[in-house]
Ligand binder design. Structure first.
Ligand SMILES: O=C[C@H](O)COP(=O)(O)O
Length: 249
């Protein structure tokens, strides 16, 4: 049985004051009786504030990225050990915005995944196809390449320790959501691909991301291979985020 996970990616939004207010509203608005694990991913500089406000609530705080190297002269990067030092045990790797705007390759994403695993940080590996790739029938080939690249760096046991987020690029921030059937089909493919590489794939949580809203969450969560969500825009509104979490049971 996979416990659902709902993660809120706050991306590069907010100020110290608004991030504190959002964290407080999420914390206070969420009851103790949750059917899902909850994670928030603030901008890195606000992680310590979020960790402090989350203390004792069971809400996890993660990072939006993690370095592929352990330590050293890598300006601008944040090492996995630094995250654990802050009380942060999760990190996104390979978000499509990193791949698109900062040119992160499958190989770099894979190295980030491996570094996270080496240091006890759970990587949330983001995979997904562009609209052009979907329309030319390449969705599965793209997903396979993104997963296979990680499997070149780590074994099946490490893959099992990660989380995967399927995020069709055409559904991110566009208000356009994959249908539950489209998402389910991609999730089932991802699970099968993880198994090819020796992962205990039935244990791996696969989240859906791409314009998830309270109105669309329940039908997505009802699908067999959808184990929660990676929420962007809607996670910036405490009520919407809480309502999405409430639908994950
Ligand atoms: O990390 C979250 C995803 O990019 C989804 O963002 P969105 O919910 O704003 O479409």
């Amino acid at each position: 049985m996979r416990r659902p996970l709902v993660a809120g990616n706050w991306k590069m939004h907010g100020t110290r004051a608004t991030v504190r207010a959002l964290m407080t509203a999420v914390r206070d608005g969420l009851g103790d009786n949750r059917g899902a694990d909850v994670l928030v991913l603030p901008p890195a500089v606000y992680i310590p504030d979020a960790v402090r406000l989350a203390e004792g609530t069971g809400i996890g705080v993660g990072a939006q990225n993690v370095a592929d190297q352990d330590q050293g002269a890598y300006t601008g990067e944040i090492a996995a050990d630094m995250l654990t030092d802050l009380g942060c045990a999760h990190a996104l790797v390979g978000h499509s915005e990193r791949r698109l705007h900062y040119g992160e390759s499958d190989a770099l994403v894979a190295a980030r995944f491996a570094a996270a695993i080496r240091h006890g940080v759970t990587p949330l590996l983001c995979v997904g196809e562009t609209l052009e790739q979907r329309e030319s029938g390449d969705t599965e080939a793209v997903l396979a390449a993104q997963i296979d690249a990680v499997a070149e760096h780590v074994d099946g046991e490490a893959l099992t320790r990660g989380v995967v987020a399927y995020e069709p690029v055409w559904a991110i921030g566009t208000g356009r959501t994959a249908t539950p059937e489209q998402a389910q089909s991609a999730h089932a493919f991802i699970r099968a691909r993880l198994a090819v590489h020796g992962a205990a794939a039935t244990q791996v949580r696969i989240l859906y991301g791409g314009s998830v809203k309270p109105e669309t969450a329940a039908e997505l969560f009802a699908m067999a291979d959808i184990d929660g969500a990676l929420v962007g825009g809607a996670s910036l509104k405490a009520d919407d985020f809480i309502n999405i979490i409430a639908r994950a049971v």
